[in-house]
Design a protein around this ligand. Structure first.
Ligand SMILES: NC(=O)c1ccc[n+]([C@@H]2O[C@H](COP(=O)([O-])OP(=O)(O)OC[C@H]3O[C@@H](n4cnc5c(N)ncnc54)[C@H](OP(=O)(O)O)[C@@H]3O)[C@@H](O)[C@H]2O)c1
Length: 259
């Protein structure tokens, strides 16, 4: 139980990668706080946890782009468990935004969630985290934090920026015993990945199934990554064993991007 009694907030834990990061952390003894917007998904997560393995998590409905709701997450965490040891900034959104599109909505929606939401959460957690007690900030980024993709300027901009944030903040808070790292995820088996591959297929006028298979064939390990595999990496980074790992952008991508 490498996270025994650590209090860790996971944003976007109502579904997708966040749900499985939260599960892995609970399995390792952490007291996990899960926040996202959709009440039904949050409730389902809570029931799944109880049913599957008798795990307990604090569920807080919150939109991370709204500062007052971010404050509620911090307040409820401190009220229930009295401290915060870690934060996993996982909540995010994505999608195409070709530069020719008249509507700027997608640009702002992606930057607001993936970047500003992450900033609000991190700032609020750092304000509540005790110095010198092995604090952890883990940012879920992407292989697109390190490379490019046509028609995804907003997503690539946000994901590249997460690495700049991670690296600079790591140096700023190292003196307080807090580490800051990013996990650069490749194609993880969630609705998010399905939506992205389907929208690309539609853009190219290809059948969704064929395009998805082509994408999987391009991954050296020839499969999508299980979100629980991301959870296991996050557990390591949150553990005391990872005290010397900071300011890093760690890849879990099946070899799709190898320097
Ligand atoms: N799946 C992949 O292949 C992949 C690859 C690279 C990186 N990533 C990154 O991994 C993270 C999670 O991706 P995923 O695949 O799990 O996506 P997902 O299945 O779409 O889940 C996204 C999660 O974020 C929450 N969320 C979105 N906006 C929010 C907001 N404003 N406030 C609070 N919660 C919010 C969603 O819940 P609600 O809608 O209920 O709020 C949901 O729980 C994202 O940051 C994404 O960029 C994913």
């Amino acid at each position: 139980m490498v996270l025994k009694d650590k209090v860790i907030i996971v944003t976007g834990g109502g579904r997708g990668i966040g749900k499985y990061i939260a599960r892995r952390m609970c399995e390792q003894g952490a007291k996990v706080v899960i926040c996202s917007r959709n009440e039904r998904n949050l409730e389902k997560t809570r029931k799944d946890f109880e049913k599957q393995s008798n795990l307990e998590a604090l569920i807080v409905r919150a939109d991370i782009t709204l500062k007052d709701q971010v404050k509620t997450v911090i307040d409820k965490t401190l009220e229930k468990w009295g401290k915060i040891d870690g934060l996993v900034n996982n909540a995010g959104t994505g999608g195409m935004n070709p530069i020719t599109w008249a509507d700027d909505g997608q640009w702002f929606a992606i930057l607001e969630t993936n970047l500003h939401g992450l900033y609000f959460m991190t700032k609020a957690v750092l304000g509540a985290m005790k110095k010198g007690e092995n604090g952890r900030i883990i940012n879920i980024a992407s292989h697109l934090s390190k490379t490019s993709f046509p028609c995804y300027t907003a997503y690539c901009t946000a994901e590249h920026a997460i690495l700049g944030f991670t690296r600079s903040l790591a140096k700023e808070v190292a003196k307080d015993g807090i580490t800051v790292n990013a996990i650069c995820a490749g194609l993880i088996d969630t609705d998010f990945a399905k939506k992205r591959t389907h929208e690309m297929a539609d853009q190219l006028g290809l059948p969704q199934r064929d395009y998805t298979q082509n994408v999987i064939n391009a991954v050296p390990i020839k499969r999508l990554i299980d979100p629980l595999e991301v959870g296991s990496l996050a557990v390591y980074l949150a553990s005391d064993q990872a005290q010397a790992v900071t300011g890093q952008a760690i890849d879990i991508n099946g070899g799709i991007l190898v320097p």
